[in-house]
Design a protein around this ligand. Structure first.
Ligand code: FPP
Length: 252
């Protein structure tokens, strides 16, 4: 069950925010620029949102940087994105460390070129002791992939005779799902006007509140972020219970 969110001032702050950063390509194209210019501009929004999450006391932020399906984009765009990831990881790691942000990359990184895999490992290691915000970057990630890899780990335990097949329940499978050591996602934000989940943290978003923003990712800054937080704070989260039960529990 998701953990309860801490209170900051008047606002209930989500413990874990997931973001599908959409709209980079359209942002660039509307300026007559190549799509990669939009991805580069998107890095500025990443920095800004990390800062805002730290400021607001959010515990974990997970960003969808590259989905398992993004390999189907034109080869040149994929190549540019890979180069951008390498540059960003090298350039930002000091700043993350200074701000006590712990980075983790989730997804099948074995598909990336060795240099990128190495940068990922170095950045994770460099920030491993940080105690502040958990910044997770989903790269070559898919929610279905995540469930399959978890099922495989559980099946392996059963095959080795360490558990009975019947012991595989939600709690056990959940231990193998990416980010099991962090709160479940409370708030899922998607920018860029589309309203779908696109195979992002399917398991972890089971009870997430969804917020869809028209703002394209490179334009996403404090106003849009605050709007998402305000909207989240106004939602009644019932986790399957009735509204009356939730009201009773709040009053008691
Ligand atoms: C979706 O916009 C965006 C991406 C697939 C890439 C996002 C990557 C970054 C912002 C770089 C951040 C880097 C790190 C390491 C966190 P889109 O291209 O689908 O936009 P469109 O819908 O307008 O075409």
């Amino acid at each position: 069950m998701p953990q309860s969110a801490p209170i900051s001032g008047e606002l209930v702050i989500p413990s874990h925010i997931g973001i599908i950063m959409d709209g980079n390509g359209r942002w660039a194209e509307s300026r007559g620029q190549p799509r990669v210019v939009g991805h580069r501009a998107g890095v500025r929004s990443v920095r800004e949102v990390v800062r805002l999450c730290r400021e607001r006391g959010v515990q974990a932020l997970t960003l969808f940087a590259f989905s398992s399906e993004n390999w189907q984009r034109p080869a040149r765009e994929v190549q540019m994105l890979m180069r951008l990831f390498i540059t960003v990881l090298r350039r930002e790691v000091k700043l993350l460390k200074k701000n006590d942000v712990r980075l983790r990359v989730v997804g099948d990184i074995s598909a990336f070129e060795p240099k990128l895999q190495q940068r990922i490992r170095e950045a994770e290691l460099a920030t491993a002791e940080c105690q502040g915000l958990r910044l997770n970057v989903a790269a070559n990630y898919g929610g279905r992939w995540d469930m399959v890899q978890a099922a495989q780990q559980a099946a392996r335990l059963a095959q080795q005779g360490e558990i009975e097949v019947e012991a595989i329940d939600e709690a056990l499978l959940g231990r193998f799902i990416c980010l099991a050591d962090q709160p479940e996602v409370d708030l899922l934000i998607r920018t860029g006007g589309e309203q779908r989940i696109s195979n992002f943290l399917l398991w972890q978003c089971a009870y997430a509140e969804l917020f869809f923003s028209e703002t394209l990712w490179p334009d996403f800054a404090d106003d849009a972020f605050n709007e998402a937080l305000t909207c989240f704070a106004s939602r009644q989260r019932r986790f399957g219970k009735t509204s009356a039960q939730i009201m009773d529990a709040t009053l008691s």
